[in-house]
Design a protein. Structure first.
Lengths: 421, 140
């Protein structure tokens, strides 16, 4: 039995798992938050999809003899279309759009000539398998893809060949930017090392806005790959975010402003050398501005760390906190005595607390488990996050205002871009 | 065995147009828009050949469905939640419905281990040994 919100997802997922005729009965959505009487009324009513009385339908699904089609075995390979399409430019744009292969904005048409130019930017062969991707781990079987298929998506996004190693590095992780969850989640990538200047990426004024081709199109390529390389991004089927998220258009691409930061760059924290070009991935809820919030403490030197602590209070514990600090804020924190990012994280663990009572009211509350949890009362004060690695920091911005933005996101992994050159 | 590829494709959320052959034009259904078929003397818009951006899906092994019961009378039906909020309360209402309307049916509630997409071999073995049917609740 499936709630109607997941109608298409349930049917297509059953088909992809080899049960295209799975007997599925539907209830209204949601069941969560409904009274017993309301839920019982669902049972006494009709299946809203098939428009037949629900419980008799359930009984029938369990007792009606199988048809010959329902008994079938064998193997099918889902078709994904011809290797090439030929038509006029306008018709091809419309074809890509109609078949869900775009972000619903015009694309650069991936001609062989443009794809070949992209392929020249990597030492890897066109038919080399790059990785596997799925819209949701465990829920959908992963698809595989090769270097050329990544190149096609890179061309579509408007990327130049110089950007291709970074795009291949993203593809190699198999991380979909359009993870299928009802939570409308977003993805972020921090870029470190010489590649930022080689690609003339923007880590200064307006770094996270639409002001730079590399920042914009590397992120857009990630979204297009997340639709085309794994069959993802089909709303209602392989994408279930209730409201969606504007960040999904080209994701949070954050080249770190290493030269104006008082601390070692992010990739060095993760064990890479400064001269390596690396991309690091984050995943979670949204991003918000943290300036002017409770705790900033204009004393007269702003106590940025207090504002940062206050601002993460309402975050869901499911993910951690990623702070994107303008260099003015980073250096201000340095002047306040935070000589490393780890020192800020340790301060936040000790000083960012919540009561058990408040935590219980939150979705994805993350209440402590284990023996220590037995001694907690509603009035007990516990760390928002007990682990320092829940807090991450990156320096980015043009120093026109001491702002910081913060995302309710967790670190996933870092990979080499150089490997894909 | 004959498989209707268009139906399978449709169930997988893809356009059956993707079955078009390599030499087919991308939008035969909108050929009227093609300026190459326009009035005599009109400018001919060039055609481009572009590459398919799709990845490679794995083959799908069709799984025959489990044989059905002749009747639920006297049988044990497992009510399984995948752990999403509200599923437990909803399945409890199904249990109440059976008691009222089909009292010979025994219901057993279980919460599946792991995430919603994870297998639970221990529970599957229990159901196989002690139950005859399963109603699984998915959603919230």
């Amino acid at each position: 039995m499936v709630t109607i919100a997941f109608k298409d997802l349930a049917k297509t997922n059953a088909a992809k798992r080899g049960m295209p005729l799975q007997r599925i009965c539907f209830t209204p959505h949601p069941v969560w938050g409904k009274t017993d009487e309301q839920m019982y009324a669902y049972l006494e009513g009709n299946d809203p999809v098939n428009n037949t009385p629900l419980m008799p339908e359930v009984i029938s699904a369990l007792t009606k003899p199988l048809t010959d089609d329902e008994k079938k075995s064998g193997q099918v390979t889902p078709p994904v279309g011809a290797p090439t399409f030929t038509d006029t430019s306008d018709n091809l744009q419309q074809y890509f759009l109609d078949n869900g292969m775009t972000d619903f904005m015009p694309i650069t048409l991936p001609t062989q000539e443009k794809v070949d130019a992209m392929l020249k930017a990597t030492s890897h062969k066109a038919d080399e398998v790059v990785g596997k991707m799925t819209p949701a781990q465990g829920a959908f079987p992963p698809w595989s893809y090769n270097v050329q298929q990544v190149a096609v998506n890179a061309v579509m996004a408007g990327a130049t060949p110089d950007y291709f190693p970074a795009i291949l590095a993203i593809a190699s992780t198999g991380i979909s930017a359009l993870f299928s969850s009802t939570n409308s989640l977003v993805s972020a990538a921090i870029i470190n090392g010489p590649v930022r200047d080689k690609l003339q990426m923007n880590y200064g004024i307006g770094a996270m806005g639409p002001f730079n081709q590399a920042n914009a199109t590397i992120g857009r390529a990630w979204t297009l790959m997340s639709k085309n390389l794994d069959g993802g991004g089909i709303a209602g089927e392989t994408y279930m975010g209730s409201q969606g998220n504007v960040i999904n258009y080209n994701n949070l691409i954050i080249p770190e402003n290493e030269k104006d930061s008082p601390w070692p760059p992010f990739h060095v924290q993760k064990g890479f050398k400064p001269e390596e070009s690396v991309i690091s991935f984050f995943f979670g809820f949204n991003i918000t501005q943290g300036q002017g919030g409770k705790g900033l403490g204009m004393k007269p030197i702003p106590h940025y760390h207090e504002a940062m602590s206050a601002n993460v209070g309402p975050f869901a514990s499911l993910f951690g906190a990623l702070f994107i600090l303008d260099p003015l804020v980073a250096n201000g924190l340095g002047d306040l005595g935070f000589k490393t990012k780890d020192q800020i994280a340790d301060w936040l663990v000790k000083n960012t607390t919540v009561t058990v009572k408040d935590v219980k009211t939150m979705l994805f509350s993350g209440l402590p488990r284990g023996p220590e949890a037995a001694n907690l009362t509603d009035d007990s004060v516990i760390p928002k996050w007990a682990r320092a690695d829940a807090y991450n920091f990156v320096v980015c911005g043009g120093q026109t205002n001491p702002y910081h933005q913060l995302a309710n996101m967790s670190y996933r992994l870092s990979v080499s871009i150089d490997k894909w050159a | 065995m004959k498989i209707n590829r268009r139906n399978i494709l449709s169930l997988m959320g893809m356009s059956p147009a993707l079955l078009a052959g390599a030499t087919a034009e991308a939008r035969q259904d909108k050929a009227k828009k093609d300026k190459t078929k326009g009035a005599k003397g009109a400018a001919v818009e060039p055609k481009l050949t572009v590459l398919n951006p799709r990845g490679i899906p794995p083959p799908i092994t069709l799984i025959p469905m489990a044989p059905r019961l002749a009747t639920l009378d006297g049988k044990t039906v497992y009510l399984v939640s995948d752990g999403f909020p509200g599923a437990d309360a909803f399945l409890n209402q199904i249990s109440i419905w059976f008691k009222k309307n089909m009292p010979s049916v025994t219901t057993v509630y279980r919460l599946k281990a792991g995430g919603f997409a994870d297998d639970d071999p221990k529970l599957n073995a229990e159901i196989k040994e002690k139950g005859q049917a399963v109603i699984m609740a998915i959603g919230h």
